[in-house]
Design a binder for this molecule. Structure first.
Ligand SMILES: Nc1ncnc2c1ncn2[C@@H]1O[C@H](COP(=O)(O)OP(=O)(O)OP(=O)(O)O)[C@@H](O)[C@H]1O
Ligand SMILES: [Mg+2]
Length: 507
């Protein structure tokens, strides 16, 4: 078994993109878990695919010829190994299916499975392969808190080279001993967990800022000396000049000649030269102390002040999920400016209810931001195209918002296939431009990088726009919503939606 993977001067660019995504990356990935973090679109998934041989570098090399397995970020398609896992009766298969709660008939029902259930299938298949290198792309997306705990336990017992892309701080800090922060076209590599790495980087940045401040002072001080010296030199030059002297004043002319002979001029010139050299060096030193420019982040959500739209009321219904599951939904009411959190285990019908509400509530589509739980590749490409077709002012507005959500619009505009996080930011930015009356988001923190989550949380908490949010990130919800619709198991395969002011203890 190979105990590490190394890359040498790795360069990569997608076709038809003028700038390479990666340039000259050399890194060693060792046994145990490495966390990979970075802004949406910074190349995390691309990096995993390169390591696993699903993409090929433009130049440079990857040294690893053992078995690797890439576990997809998207949940559109079932993993091709699912049938084998379902049919297997050996101890490992049985344990994994049990541990991750996988039913034997799931293969036939992929399209009706919740994304959390799909994610659990993907991870079970990945672990069942027992690869030497296991690359997991956002494994805790969509998972409820129980599944997440089970997953972290299962991953902790993996023996091999593990690579995990995640925005889940708990998972990263529990599992990882190495961290890679994508910083295109390069990376920052640290031999410690995520939180320690971020703390170290903050400290280094602060130290650099201090150095920059003292280097600036030094430049200013030398510059001042230089100006004084220049004045002194021009005064000396004036004094040594014979201009304006009476041609017959031989004494005065002899004094000037003596001044030149004793080298007073040359001394001044030498001093000035030395100061100039010092000043150049100080300026170079200041330039070397580059501090990464921090883009301003933060967005504001301003809506239509349309009181007549509210209250929004959805009549009581019974929803059927698949063949055998039922959900009883009472009358649901949303008042103006009210923010509601939907919570419940995987597969209890939250997304089904959300889709139903999007269709049934009397809110015109152009006054509503709706961001679904998953956006398939084809639809993502369509969204990007739609945005590229806006006029330049609107496009500018959207791209400014994307930038303020922490992603580089340049990468996005060049992309043939926006990443899952980039697409969510595009939809959000497009929605903000329309000044909505209602925001509906299904798992808004999935696929989003950490700074964007914080930025989104603040914007949603600060705005008066009514919201319906589904999330397994309970801290995120608690910071935003006023009340909850809780999906509870009533009996067997029957679930009920209940109004609650607080989160139930058991979730
Ligand atoms: N097939 C493709 N063709 C062209 N560009 C692509 C393709 N796939 C991804 N990209 C672009 O390459 C960049 C990196 O994408 P990647 O999916 O690796 O980002 P990521 O960091 O995983 O993003 P996220 O956090 O949203 O998952 C993005 O700008 C993306 O739009
Ligand atoms: Mg990705």
């Amino acid at each position: 078994m190979q105990h590490h993977i190394s890359t040498q001067h790795l360069c990569f660019a997608y076709e038809n993109t003028p700038e390479p995504l990666f340039n000259d990356i050399s890194v060693q990935l060792s046994f145990g878990w490495t966390g990979i973090v970075g802004a949406n679109g910074s190349g995390k998934s691309t990096f995993l695919k390169l390591i696993c041989g699903l993409l090929h570098p433009v130049s440079g090399s990857i040294h690893f010829d053992d078995f690797s397995y890439y576990c997809e970020q998207r949940t559109d398609e079932p993993p091709k190994e699912l049938a084998v896992l379902i049919d297997s009766v050996d101890r490992d298969a049985f344990r994994l299916k049990n541990r991750l709660n996988i039913n034997d008939d799931w293969q036939q029902h992929w399209s009706s499975l919740s994304h959390g259930e799909r994610k659990r299938c993907q991870i079970a298949c990945a672990l069942y392969q027992s690869p030497t290198c296991l690359a997991l792309d956002e494994p805790t997306n969509h998972l409820d808190s129980t599944s997440r705990r089970l997953l972290i336990d299962a991953l902790a017992s993996f023996r091999g080279i593990g690579l995990v892309v995640s925005h889940d701080r708990l998972l990263l800090d529990t599992l990882t001993h190495q961290t890679i922060i994508m910083s295109p076209p390069g990376i920052i590599h640290r031999n410690c967990s995520y939180s320690v790495a971020i703390h170290e980087l903050e400290k280094e940045k602060l130290a650099t800022l201090h150095k920059v401040a003292s280097a600036k002072k030094q430049v200013k001080r030398i510059h001042k000396t230089m100006v004084t010296q220049q004045k002194r030199a021009s005064k000396a030059k004036r004094q040594n000049s014979k201009q304006g002297l009476n041609p017959r004043d031989h004494d005065a002319k002899a004094k000037k000649d003596l001044g030149r002979l004793t080298g007073k001029d040359a001394v001044q010139a030498n001093i000035q030269k030395r100061i100039n050299i010092k000043l150049d060096r100080a300026r170079e030193h200041l330039q070397d102390l580059r501090v990464e420019k921090q883009n301003r982040t933060g967005i504001q959500l301003t809506g239509h002040d349309r009181t007549s739209t509210f209250p929004l009321i959805s009549a009581p219904t019974e929803m059927q999920l698949g063949d055998a599951k039922w959900v009883y939904v009472p009358e649901l009411v949303i008042e103006k400016g009210e923010k509601i959190g939907l919570v419940g285990d995987n597969g209890t019908g939250k997304s089904t209810l959300i889709r139903q509400l999007v269709d049934q509530l009397f809110v015109p589509k152009n006054e509503m931001i709706y961001i679904p739980q998953e956006i398939p590749v084809k639809i993502s490409q369509g969204i990007l195209q739609r945005i590229l077709d806006y006029n330049s002012t609107q496009k500018g507005q959207i791209m400014t918002l994307v930038k303020r959500l922490g992603s580089d619009p340049e990468f996005l505009l060049q992309s043939a296939q926006p990443s899952p996080g980039q697409v969510r930011k595009l939809l959000l930015a497009e929605g903000i431009m329309l000044a909505p009356v209602l925001i509906i988001m299904d798992e808004p923190t999935n696929h989003m990088d950490l700074p964007s989550i914080e930025c989104l949380e603040t914007a949603l908490a600060d705005t008066d726009i009514a919201q319906i949010l589904v999330s397994h990130d309970h801290l995120f919800l608690k910071n935003i919503v006023h009340r909850f619709w809780v999906f509870e198991n009533a009996a067997g395969n029957t679930f009920m939606v209940k109004n609650a002011n607080d989160l139930p203890q058991n979730l």
